[in-house]
Write a protein of this length. Structure first.
Length: 269
């Protein structure tokens, strides 16, 4: 994908790295950046050799400051026929917040502000590693908006209700350490240690069988919408594939032979 202007997309082994490259606006996203990121996540989802992704923003000031409101305001002054399309791609803000069928793990490397849509992007990831100087929040009500890219729904599911409501109804920022206390993020580290911390999570994910990871994420996320007894007997697509995979045999065999498993991520139809 050589035509990307607003993000960088790199693959190293089984890891895909997605970097928003609009530091001049704190990595805020406009309609064209959203479209690019949607294409990037489409590619990641379709590539069986990409097992995990890392999402971040360029620089050390901002992960993503959400929707580019200055761009939105400028476009609103144009004649209607000259304005770019409004709204997000079907897969949501950043091409990710409404993508409910992507069961590969995604790690958010939060290197600075994650506000509004930026926090919504991070909450759509599975693991959030945040620099200790960073702040997160959903300040949309202060702009006459709401966190409509699933933020108003994800935060009450990922933090205690009263704490979530307090921050959502006031638009207050949440310091990194407080976000960790609330369970909104997975780890807080000093900025110089951020890459090493992210690499540690990625490395441990890659130690696991990729289909086991996908089946685990699918069962956990889909099962959240079911009563416990129903979730326990439901059929999950990636668990079916895992059972038909070479890795289902390789894992126990490697354990018995006291060696590291050699995962392939392949399954039999």
């Amino acid at each position: 994908m050589d035509d990307l202007k607003f993000c960088r997309y790199e693959k190293k082994g089984h890891v895909a790295y997605v970097t928003i490259t609009r530091p001049e606006v704190f990595n805020a996203l406009h309609v064209y950046a959203n479209e690019e990121l949607a294409r990037v996540w489409d590619d990641f989802a379709a590539d069986d050799e990409s097992w995990v992704a890392v999402l971040t923003g360029e620089g050390d000031r901002s992960f993503c400051a959400g929707n580019d409101l200055k761009f939105t305001a400028e476009m609103s002054r144009l004649p209607r026929e000259e304005r770019p399309p409004a709204g997000f791609p079907p897969s949501g803000f950043g091409g990710l917040t409404s993508r409910y069928d992507l069961f590969k793990p995604i790690v958010a490397r939060v290197n600075g502000y994650a506000l509004g849509g930026g926090l919504e992007l991070a909450m759509a990831c599975d693991i959030i590693v945040i620099a200790e100087h960073a702040e997160i929040g959903l300040p949309e009500p202060r702009r006459g908006l709401i966190a409509g890219a699933m933020g108003v729904h994800r935060m009450p599911r990922q933090a205690p209700l009263k704490a979530a409501m307090g921050y959502m109804l006031t638009g207050r920022h949440i310091p990194a350490r407080r976000a960790y206390e609330l369970g909104l993020v997975s780890e807080v580290v000093a900025l110089p240690d951020l890459d090493a911390a992210v690499d540690g999570w990625v490395r441990d994910i890659l130690r696991c069988a990729p289909l086991s990871v996908r089946a685990t994420k699918e069962a956990a996320m889909v099962g959240l919408n079911m009563p416990l007894e129903e979730a326990g007997v439901a059929n999950y697509e990636w668990e079916t594939r895992r059972r038909r995979s070479d890795d289902n045999i390789e894992g126990p065999r490697a354990f018995a032979e006291k060696r590291e498993p050699q995962w392939t991520g392949r399954w039999r139809e």
